[in-house]
Design a protein around this ligand. Structure first.
Ligand SMILES: NC(=O)c1ccc[n+]([C@@H]2O[C@H](COP(=O)([O-])OP(=O)(O)OC[C@H]3O[C@@H](n4cnc5c(N)ncnc54)[C@H](O)[C@@H]3O)[C@@H](O)[C@H]2O)c1
Length: 365
C-alpha cells in the first residue's frame, strides 16, 4: 500500500501510527479534515487481517466523520482511531492509557470516543491521560448513552422523509418496519408508538424483542429475514450495515428507508441509484443517525441533554434540505448529502482564511 497516495486520494490531513512496546499498543489515528474544527471520531478495537486493512478502515471511517459533522452543522472535523487487537481478550487499563497519551500528544487536533469494540469503561482509562475524550459516563459529567438522542434524530428524519414523500409528516397509522430493537430501535419505537404508528419488528435477540413487546403494544414480530418483505411505509434499519443489497433491495415494499444503521447500503453508488429508480426515498444513514455525534459534541461544552435533543430536532430540516437538493440537482439523496457537506466545508474554509487577529478562545467556533 502506498500510504501517501492513500492519504492524497481522499484528502486526509494526517495519520499517526502509535506503537508502545510495554503495553503492546498498535494504534492508528487518522485525521481526515479539520477545516470546521477538531477531528472527532470514535476509537475502534478490532482484530484486523493486517496493518493495511486497519489503515484502510481508519481512513474510510475518519472521512465519514468529516461528512457527518459537516452536514449536521457541527463545528467539528473528521477523525477516527483504530486499535489493532482482540476486543474480547486484550483490553486493559495500560493499553488504553498508552493510547490516551498519544491522543493527548495531538493537543486537541483529534478528540476520541467509544466505538465498536470499546466502551465507556475504556474511555474512562483514556480520560486519565487526556482531556481530548468524549462519550464519558453521565456520572462523570459526560453524555452517557447516546441512543435516546440518536433515536430522536432518526424519528425527526423519518417525519421529514414522510412529509417529502407523501405531503404529511404524521406517523399516525403508518406502518414502520424496524430491524433491530436494541438501544436505538427501542427508543425509536417509543416515539413511533406515541404518535400512533404500527410497528413490524425483527431482531435475532429474543430478550430485546420481549422487552419492546412488553413495554409497548401495537407491535407485530416477524422473523429476521422476513423484515425485507414487510408491507410498510418505512423500513428503519437499526441493526447491521449493508442490509440493503442486491438480494434484499428488490424485496422491499416500502416508500422510505430511514434508520440508524451506519453504511446501510452495501454499495453506496449503485444501491442509492437503484433505490431512486424504484422511487424509494432514501434518507442518508449518516445524516439520519447524527444524533449520536451531536450528543458527544455537546459534551465538549458541558453536557445538557435538552440542548442535545434540540439540536437533534434540526435533523428534520437537514434531511428535507437534502431531498430538495437531490430533486433540484437531479442527483441521489446520498450525493446531495455529500455535496452539502463539501459546500459547507469549502465555504467555511474560505471564511476562516481571513485574518481576524486573535481567534476566539472557545473550542467550537
Ligand atoms: N447507539 C447510537 O447512538 C448510534 C449512533 C449512530 C449509529 N448507530 C448505529 O445504529 C445501529 C444500532 O445501534 P444500537 O446502539 O441500537 O445497537 P444495539 O447493539 O443496541 O442494537 C442492535 C440490535 O440489532 C439486533 N440485530 C443484530 N443482527 C440482526 C439481524 N440480522 N436482524 C435483526 N436484528 C439484528 C441485535 O440483536 C440488537 O438487538 C448500529 O448499526 C449502530 O452503528 C447507533
Amino acid at each position: 500500500m502506498q500510504i501517501f497516495d492513500a492519504l492524497a486520494k481522499r484528502h486526509h490531513e494526517q495519520v499517526v501510527f502509535c506503537y508502545d512496546e510495554v503495553t503492546g499498543l498498535r494504534a492508528i489515528i487518522a485525521i481526515h479534515d479539520t477545516t470546521l474544527g477538531p477531528a472527532l471520531g470514535g476509537c475502534r478495537m478490532w482484530q484486523y487481517a493486517d496493518d493495511a486493512d486497519a489503515l484502510r478502515d481508519a481512513l474510510r471511517l475518519s472521512r465519514g466523520m468529516t461528512y457527518k459533522a459537516a452536514v449536521a452543522g457541527l463545528n467539528l472535523g473528521g477523525g477516527k482511531a483504530v486499535i489493532i487487537g482482540d476486543n474480547k481478550t486484550q483490553k486493559n487499563e495500560m493499553l488504553f492509557r498508552a493510547y490516551g497519551r498519544y491522543v493527548q500528544g495531538l493537543d486537541g487536533r483529534y478528540i476520541t470516543a467509544e466505538d465498536v469494540g470499546t466502551s465507556v469503561r475504556e474511555m474512562e482509562w483514556v480520560r486519565m491521560e487526556t482531556d481530548h475524550v468524549t462519550g464519558i459516563a453521565r456520572s462523570l459529567g459526560g453524555s452517557g448513552d447516546p441512543s435516546p438522542v440518536t433515536a430522536f434524530g432518526v424519528f425527526q428524519a423519518m417525519k421529514a422523509s414522510l412529509k417529502y414523500k407523501t405531503g404529511s409528516e404524521s406517523l399516525d397509522n403508518r406502518v414502520v418496519a424496524v430491524q433491530g430493537v436494541g438501544h436505538v430501535g427501542y427508543h425509536l419505537i417509543k416515539h413511533l408508538r406515541e404518535e400512533g404508528a404500527r410497528i413490524i419488528a425483527a431482531d435475532i435477540d429474543r430478550d430485546a424483542l420481549k422487552k419492546v413487546t412488553t413495554d409497548f403494544d401495537g407491535i407485530e414480530v416477524v422473523a429476521p429475514d422476513d423484515i425485507y418483505d414487510a408491507k410498510a411505509d418505512v423500513f428503519a434499519p437499526c441493526a447491521l450495515g449493508a442490509v440493503v443489497n442486491d438480494d434484499t433491495l428488490p424485496r422491499l415494499k416500502v416508500g422510505v428507508i430511514c434508520g440508524a444503521t451506519n453504511n446501510v447500503l452495501a454499495d453506496e453508488d449503485r444501491h442509492s441509484t437503484m433505490l431512486a429508480a424504484r422511487d424509494i426515498t432514501f434518507a442518508p444513514d449518516y445524516v439520519v443517525n447524527a444524533g449520536g455525534l451531536i450528543n458527544v459534541a455537546n459534551e465538549l461544552e458541558g453536557y445538557n441533554q435538552e440542548r442535545a435533543l434540540q439540536q437533534a430536532a434540526g435533523i428534520y430540516d437537514i434531511t428535507m434540505n437534502i431531498f430538495r437538493t437531490a430533486s433540484a440537482e437531479g442527483i441521489t439523496t446520498l450525493q446531495a448529502a455529500n455535496a452539502i457537506a463539501e459546500r459547507r466545508i469549502r465555504a467555511l474554509g474560505q471564511i476562516k482564511d481571513r485574518y481576524v487577529g486573535r481567534p476566539p478562545s472557545r473550542l467550537h467556533r
